[in-house]
Design a binder for this molecule. Structure first.
Ligand code: 5GP
Length: 186
């Protein structure tokens, strides 16, 4: 789906599909250099990271394995709850593995701070973080991504896997959701 298909529901485009693919390609080169001799386990956080994972993993020229977790974060609202709950756990044993968490967006970083601790406590050898997007509030947590796509302003965005009430995930670009869309739904 393209911006023009839902232009009345969106404000500005912050990152185009082309920009995102080019940046993920650059990050893939960095990851290849950093994981020489290792087969990292990429862990995607469902559902938002599906598109990032698909494009990033396919840009890589090193062997990796992939797994998925689902944790609760926002529900259908646009405010972070800070409450993290595992909805779907990994199938893979992370003990001794170099883990690279693949995320769509860091807002407060609360979700990732919790997830990083959780994976370390299971015996992961290392845990690094790749995120496609980061918002300014991330500075309040101690979560610093090892690989960052783009810094964006503190606005609610959709597309490239990110949803509002399960909609817009298949939008190719990252765009600001027009506030009238969620104001109407409350
Ligand atoms: P955090 O724990 O970093 O505050 O929240 C991270 C999660 O909140 C993300 O994985 C994503 O699910 C959700 N989130 C944060 N900001 C946005 C946003 O602008 N748009 C959408 N659709 N989800 C967001």
């Amino acid at each position: 789906m393209r911006h023009s298909d839902v232009a009345d529901q969106l404000d500005e485009v912050l990152v185009t599909e082309e920009q995102m693919l080019a940046r993920l390609d650059e990050l893939a080169r960095e990851v290849e250099r950093d994981y020489v001799g290792s087969v990292p386990l990429l862990i995607g956080v469902l559902k938002g990271a599906v598109m990032v994972m698909a494009d990033f993993a396919r840009a890589l020229h090193i062997p990796v394995t992939m797994d998925w977790m689902a944790v609760s974060s926002y529900g259908n609202t646009t405010q972070s709850s800070g409450v993290v709950r595992i909805l779907k756990d990994l199938d893979t044993d992370v003990a001794g593995r170099d883990v690279l968490i693949v995320e769509d967006i860091i807002d407060t970083g609360l979700t990732l701070a919790w997830l990083r601790e959780n994976l370390m406590s299971r015996g992961a050898k290392s845990v690094r973080i790749l995120t496609a997007l980061r918002k300014p509030d991330a500075v309040v947590s101690d979560i610093v991504p090892d690989y960052l796509g783009f810094d964006i302003p503190n606005k609610f965005v959709v597309g490239f896997g990110l949803d509002y009430a399960e909609n817009y995930r298949h939008l190719r670009d990252v765009a600001v959701l027009s506030p009238h869309v969620y104001a109407d739904g409350e």
